[in-house]
Design a protein around this ligand. Structure first.
Ligand code: PEP
Ligand code: CO
Length: 474
């Protein structure tokens, strides 16, 4: 039996009828014949149709060339020639579509990537969870407060976070606002990264106001100084400035959750075969919507973008192999990333059999570790948090498990912010429960703040170095 939308709650395993492999041809709307989990219930079908018509006419956000370039980079990451850093907010909000937040988000990702490039000695593919991360899956359809029950907040693309009937009513016009806010965000990101801001000659442009107070400031400064030396050396050798040092490639990603909207941005382009989702470079499907036989997998299988799927601890090897062959039947390099998110307590038990199954199948995937979503907890006070120690532990275990299995961890998927928030416990500054109230801003999942993000990048480097030092040399 396939799951129906209303039955998919919580953390279900990938599931579905194995016989439900596609027999029908794919079209941008073929997902509509299958059960689609986590879709809002709009009460005005005509308004939805109008919005989708308008979305379908508006210019897209990204191009097929960029999408194919990213696919090539991800193919390199599969082979160990690049490392993927995919990071950003759990959810963006329209209210926070503002200059400091966006530039701070870029800064922290640029800084982390600098630490990774320096430590791993390979290029880093930077993918933001931004310019479209406006829809969230929820474990319950409704929320009750003081006896009043209203639809859950599903992200700004669906409804408002305020607890009132008017705000919580799913409004399709929000999809248009979402498209506009994504375009504004991406326009600013493109301007910053193409111009002087991302210039490797001036990493001080990326400094956040609080960098000096970070316990990792000295180590970061040392890395920056070494890179500045290397840049000068390369340019001395070349006898001219190296143009690529002055700009940074950035790609976008979001959870492809609201399938009507994704469909409206799925287009054909001149001189390319097939269909591209032109709202983002790298759409991913979340753990709650990754069911085999479900609408999300059906939608993803037909687009030409590189795609990613979250994999939770309940997934069985046979299910995963089915999903891999559904989503990448031709075993195309760079096409499919599997983002495992098991939790520090479960990864050692749940991951190895999946790694082994995929390795034995000979199928190409890019393995990515999300150490955030398996490590959420709610404190007695009701605050949602994550412990830095668990996040670090999941990353470290992931590297070790891949090394033991002969597979390669080619990237990380993180929820970070350039803001100085207090949402995750621990880290070098040992944020305690009593600190969380000081600056907790997320309306969804807790994010690593600037210092914790940098610390995690340093952890990745340490672990990779440690494992390569102990790897057999023959
Ligand atoms: C997310 O990435 O914000 C998310 C909801 O993750 P997952 O699907 O892994 O739970
Ligand atoms: Co999240």
């Amino acid at each position: 039996m396939m799951k129906t939308a209303s039955a998919v709650h919580g953390d279900p395993p990938l599931s579905g009828d194995m016989a439900a492999m596609p027999t029908e041809a794919w079209t941008p709307s073929s997902w509509q014949a299958l059960p689609a989990a986590q879709q809002p219930e709009y009460d005005d079908a005509a308004a939805l149709a109008n919005v989708l018509g308008e979305l379908g006419r508006l210019p897209p956000l990204v191009t097929s060339w960029e999408i194919l370039a990213l696919k090539q980079h991800l193919a390199d990451a599969q082979e160990g020639r690049r490392f993927l850093l995919q990071a950003g907010d759990c959810a963006e909000s329209f209210a926070e579509c503002a200059s400091p937040r966006i530039s701070n988000q870029l800064k922290v990702i640029l800084q982390m990537s600098l630490v990774l490039v320096h430590g791993l000695q390979i290029p880093v593919v930077r993918v933001g969870r931004f310019a479209g991360q406006y829809a969230k899956p929820r474990s319950a359809d409704c929320e009750t407060r003081n006896g009043t029950t209203l639809p859950s907040y599903r992200g700004d693309n669906v409804n408002g976070v305020e607890f009132s009937a008017a705000a919580r009513r799913p409004d399709p016009r929000r999809l248009l606002q979402g498209h506009m806010h994504s375009a504004l965000t991406l326009n600013f990101i493109r301007a910053l990264t193409e111009g002087g801001f991302a210039d490797l000659h001036h990493p001080e442009y990326w400094d956040l106001a609080w960098v000096e107070h970070s316990p990792h400031a000295a180590e970061y400064r040392r890395i920056v100084a070494e890179i500045a030396d290397a840049v000068r050396f390369m340019e001395t050798l070349a006898g001219a400035p190296v143009a690529s040092f002055s700009r940074a490639e950035f790609y976008t990603s979001h959870e492809a959750l609201l399938l009507h909207a994704e469909q409206a941005l799925t287009r054909q382009v001149p001189r390319q075969s097939g269909w591209f989702n032109l709202s983002t470079h790298l759409p991913w499907v979340g753990m709650r919507t990754a069911a085999l036989g479900g609408a999300h997998a059906e939608y993803l299988r037909g687009i030409r973008n590189p795609i990613a799927v979250k994999v939770g601890p309940e997934v069985q090897p046979a299910e995963l192999l089915h999903l891999v062959s559904l989503l990448n039947p031709d075993d195309e390099p760079g096409r499919l990333a599997l983002i495992h998110r098991m939790g520090a307590a479960r990864i050692a038990d749940a991951l190895p059999r999946l790694l082994e199954a995929v390795r034995e199948s000979g199928r190409r995937v890019l393995w990515v570790c999300d150490p955030m979503h398996g490590n959420g907890e709610t404190l007695p006070s009701g605050i949602k948090t994550r412990r830095f120690a668990n996040i670090r532990s999941e990353i470290e275990q992931a590297f070790d498990l891949h090394a033991a299995c002969g597979t390669r961890l080619g990237g990380v998927h993180l929820e970070v912010t350039g803001e100085n928030v207090t949402e995750c416990l621990g880290g070098a500054r040992a944020l305690a429960e009593s600190d969380l109230a000081r600056d907790y801003r997320s309306t969804v999942d807790p994010r690593l703040n600037y210092e914790q993000s940098l610390e995690l990048a340093l952890t990745v480097v340490q672990r990779v170095r440690q494992n390569s030092a102990s790897a057999p040399t023959d």
